[in-house]
Design a protein around this ligand. Structure first.
Ligand code: 13P
Length: 336
């Protein structure tokens, strides 16, 4: 696959005013989300919920791509239209989560490494055939006493680089996601340091594995104080710290950076993205790849009446997409 095609997909993912909706919860994670709103975790409920999201009218105005889970990539609307066709018709690029989740890193209590490299080449071939043009692999870095270790950062960076190289070999744009978790009582400076060292290790590994950055997208976590730190940081502080950290560790040739929401409130996730774009011009487009911050309000509404509330829930999805799309251009109006 040519680098031009990969670069074209990567640029389309971060087109001005557009971002990604992450709906790639594994069956275990979606079980938690559905039970949180009192909906049974059946295949049909998962399908109906994802159909509601993906058929939101005019979603493509602000959404360039959607990350799906294996099951969803193979599903169709209740009228039998494959989700991938619904997406293509709306101008939304199908993406696929390909990692097999985090597992305890042997010898390093409290730390995890992401698995899923075995057989990945064959799975990517199949996903390409099913229409996927970008993929996601999420590594998780925990902050705590004496962690993260250098070994954990290296192991995760190595896996991300091997995944990214395999994706590009198969014509799929790798979204590399090293998520530094918000959990913990650390301060914002600690989050900054851990994020910086993690990103440096990641870009070293990508370079060593001959990954073409022009055809790669970074999915980053923001630099925030730990959830249990009792510290609060202003929107400007978070935006400044995150931007400085990215500028120090991420090569300018990368086509774009999208953020995860990671448990921030919907409004915080939007406000932080908006503030970073207002502080531009930046070396790369900065946009979103939110899961919870795109879906939680819609999930709540949908759960109250399922089929009866599809229209209302879709209005909420559209509104979140619009707010985040405006924030991706530094044009969000909090009062609107
Ligand atoms: P959140 O925005 O809910 O953190 O999810 C994004 C995601 O895809 C994490 O891998």
């Amino acid at each position: 696959m040519s680098i031009e095609q990969l670069a074209e997909t990567a640029l389309a993912m971060v087109a001005p005013g557009k971002g990604i909706i992450a709906i790639d919860e594994s069956t275990g994670t979606i079980a938690k989300r559905l039970s949180g709103v009192g909906v049974e975790n059946t295949e049909e409920n998962r399908r109906a919920y994802r159909e509601m999201l993906l058929t939101t009218p005019k979603l493509g105005d602000y959404i360039s791509g959607a990350i799906l889970y294996d099951e969803t990539l193979r599903q169709s609307t209740k009228d039998g239209v494959p989700f991938t066709k619904v997406m293509r018709d709306a101008g939304i690029i199908p993406g696929i989560k390909v990692d097999k989740s985090t597992h305890a890193l042997a010898g390093f209590p409290g730390e995890v490494v992401t698995e899923g490299l075995d057989g990945l080449r064959e799975r990517l071939k199949e996903y390409y055939g099913l229409g996927a043009r970008f993929a996601k692999w999420r590594a998780v870095i925990n902050i705590g006493e004496d962690i993260p270790s250098g070994t954990c950062i290296e192991a995760n960076a190595h896996a991300l680089a091997r995944y990214a190289a395999l994706c590009q070999e198969q014509g799929i744009v790798p979204m590399v996601e090293p998520e530094v978790l918000m959990d913990g009582d650390h301060d914002i400076e600690t989050c900054y340091e851990v994020t910086e060292v993690t990103l440096r290790a990641l870009f070293d590994a990508l370079y060593n594995h001959n990954v073409m950055l022009e055809g790669t997208i970074l999915k980053a976590s923001m630099v925030l104080p730990g959830k249990d730190s009792g510290e609060s940081a202003s929107v400007e502080e978070v935006a400044e710290a995150t931007l400085m950290c990215l500028k120090s560790a991420v090569p300018a040739i990368l086509p774009g950076i999208v953020f995860l929401s990671g448990g921030q409130s919907d409004e915080d996730a939007t406000a932080h993205l908006d503030a970073m774009n207002r502080m531009g011009p930046n070396p790369w487009p900065l946009s979103f790849s939110y899961g919870r911050a795109m879906q939680s309000a819609a999930l709540e509404l949908w759960s109250k009446d399922l089929a009866g509330n599809v229209g209302k829930a879709q209005d909420t999805v559209y509104a979140r997409a619009r707010d985040n799309g405006l924030a991706a251009q530094g044009r969000w109006d909090r009062a609107a």
